[in-house]
Write a protein that binds this ligand. Structure first.
Ligand SMILES: Nc1nc2c(ncn2[C@@H]2O[C@H](COP(=O)(O)OP(=O)(O)OP(=O)(O)O)[C@@H](O)[C@H]2O)c(=O)[nH]1
Ligand SMILES: [Mg+2]
Length: 330
């Protein structure tokens, strides 16, 4: 049966606290006292500080760090949108279908609570080759795109029926000025010669890579987008372990982090599954976060730096869940 939410917001049940992070939390028990000390120190300094601006900066650190990123995904039915979202965030965001033609013509939005924060994700139906729904869908996209921080436009790598999608995309120029977009070529393992894809290593073979690159070139030419914004991916559910295996999701995450504004980078990597975030991408997200804080601070950054600096190490990389819980004391 097709899962249909009819444009409603659905909150998934909370994960049991510590369920996902068990290893991390227990292996970093010393981190707790570190954060206790850090925040105690900041609170003491707060009493001595006469500059209210510093506390505005710390509030900005808090709100930027705990921001709820809003992600949109658009693509035709059965091309792997749900699988992509589930693998990207490392949890069941949307149920997957058997690959049959779905008929949901509404947006499906979910607000997902995790042990690190929240994120909101909206699945928009693809326009397919259905001219009769063109205007309805373009209106739907125009309504939702302004709410997103990032739009993932999914296209099946071995399909050629893109005309309606290209026309719709071109009608969204205005909305997309304020919403970065990346193109995900889904099910890249099915690109010819599909029998050559190595599922063990999740890697296409040389001939497939050549053909995937031609598909990318076509997307670049027909949608008039930059090559670096087109990323080929493949997702396979390992029936035995229940885990998703993927090809190239880390490249998709890297590109998303690159195109997101500084203020939003960190909250996205906070929610993406750790295995999809390379060290380099994590650094880019951290740098974007602190560049944003510096810009927010402006002239008083120098004065504020000694107060804010201890947070730099604490909020970098993946050591964030403890930090977030301590923010509640502010
Ligand atoms: N071979 C292969 N199969 C995939 C891939 N991604 C998804 N699938 C399969 O394709 C089918 C549809 O995947 P979904 O993720 O449910 O696709 P969807 O776009 O969300 O579908 P609807 O919600 O019905 O629009 C499922 O059987 C998936 O297991 C992929 O990269 N490679
Ligand atoms: Mg789906």
């Amino acid at each position: 049966m097709k899962f249909k939410l009819n444009d409603s917001k659905d909150e998934l049940p909370f994960k049991q606290e510590g369920e996902d992070m068990k290893d991390e939390v227990s292996s970093k028990s010393s981190g707790d006292s570190f954060f206790d000390k850090l925040f105690e120190e900041l609170m003491n300094k707060r009493e001595n500080s006469t500059n209210a601006g510093i506390w505005k900066i710390l509030e900005e650190v808090k709100s930027t760090f705990s921001y709820t990123p809003k992600i949109g995904i658009v693509g035709d039915s059965g091309i792997g949108k749900s699988s992509l979202c589930n693998a990207l965030f490392g949890r069941e965001v949307f149920p997957t279908s058997g690959g049959g033609q779905g008929c949901t013509r509404e947006a499906q939005t979910k607000l997902i609570q995790t042990d690190k924060g929240k994120f909101e994700i909206t699945d928009l139906p693809g326009i397919g080759e259905s001219p009769e729904w063109h205007d309805e869908y373009v209106d739907l996209y125009k309504k939702h795109i302004p709410e997103f921080d990032i739009l993932i436009w999914a296209i099946k790598a071995d399909s050629r029926a893109w005309k309606q999608a290209i026309d719709a995309y071109k009608e969204l120029t205005c909305e997309l000025k304020s919403c970065p977009i990346v193109f995900a070529l889904t099910q890249s393992d099915k690109v010819n010669p599909s029998s050559k894809f190595c599922f063990e290593k999740m890697q296409p073979n040389e001939k497939q890579i050549i053909n995937i690159n031609s598909v990318k070139e076509r997307v670049v030419a027909e949608f008039d987008v930059a090559l670096e914004d087109v990323i080929s991916v493949a997702i396979v559910l390992d029936e035995e372990t229940g885990d998703y295996k993927n090809y190239n999701l880390s490249s998709l995450v890297t590109r998303i982090v690159e195109v997101l504004p500084n203020k939003k980078k960190k909250s996205f990597t906070r929610e993406a599954a750790d295995e999809n975030i390379t060290e380099e991408t994590q650094k880019k997200a951290d740098k974007g976060f602190w560049d944003h804080i510096k810009e927010f601070a402006g002239d008083i950054w120098e004065e504020a730096e000694p107060y804010v600096k201890p947070l730099l190490g604490a909020l970098s990389g993946k050591i964030i869940s403890q930090a977030l819980s301590k923010f509640k004391f502010w």
